[in-house]
Design a protein around this ligand. Sequence first.
Ligand code: ADP
Length: 314
Amino acid sequence: MSAAPAIRIRDLVKRYAPAGKDAGEGKLALGGVSFDVPQGQIFGLLGPNGAGKSTIINTLAGLVMKTSGSVEIWGFDIDHEPRNAKASIGIVPQEIVFDPFFTPFEVLDIQAGLYGVPRAMRRSLELLQSVHLADKAHAYARSLSGGMKRRLLIAKAMVHTPPILVLDEPTAGVDVELRRLLWELVADLNSQGVTVVLTTHYLEEAEQLCDRIAIINHGQLITNQPTRDLVGMMREKIVVLTLDRAIDTAPQHSAFVKSVVSGERELRVTYNKDRTNAGEVLALVQALGYAIVDVSTDEADLEDVFVKLTSTPA
Ligand code: ADP
């Protein structure tokens, strides 16, 4: 039996009501989105600005009221068991807001109080240690660097030890060094068993960190698959061959991923660049008895596939 998903989203619709008007006239931010976040994974929600990522996150956080559809967090329906749902998730927001006069220790202690964590169960110092801020425990928040504040936000989201941690654009606008540090922190938490969901518009981030990637655009889910499959798609290249004569059927070979006739004298052969190369493909086609008069190549990398997948008009 497979484990229940950490998060289950079905037909999620969100229409933002314009000020003073009925939501029916509002902007459709999510047009019926369904997906599961498997337990124990790092799940990436990828998409361009305005795609609907924050709307999904804010629905999970209880900050946005969905128009319709259902959401379960750790098996708890957010409409029927909101308290249990809320207790099961920690949210790291995009915006950094701290009272400048509280220390990191106090920030965590207050947050633990808000979540009803009994004093004896609070682990503020341990959390500060895990985000490398133990030495700043009693410094004023206003004296922390931007990177330290981001790390404090992660610790703050974990005070009630939720099984799921959600990060909204964790590395937007941060430098490379801090980005790596944040990735390490996220990977560490995940290795301790925390299911992680993060939104990003950095392909590299999703590729490096995530077990699974869902791509969203214009409020619709475009794809949702294991990162290695998505990246596998990007490992494919295409050679377009013009032959010396017309052909009806495409020559096939086990080294080709796909081979199709694409014009009277034109053949498109898809191959995996980890397994073969254009030269070998050409040699194989020639060995199968075809003379080649012209060649061009077509390559898809993650960026291209992303652009292709997200370039459908609104
Ligand atoms: P993302 O996080 O992927 O950038 P958002 O979820 O923030 O996307 O936005 C999705 C769409 O909903 C956008 O068109 C955005 O303009 C719109 N939107 C977001 N928040 C509001 C709001 N509070 N009121 C009206 N429209 C909103």
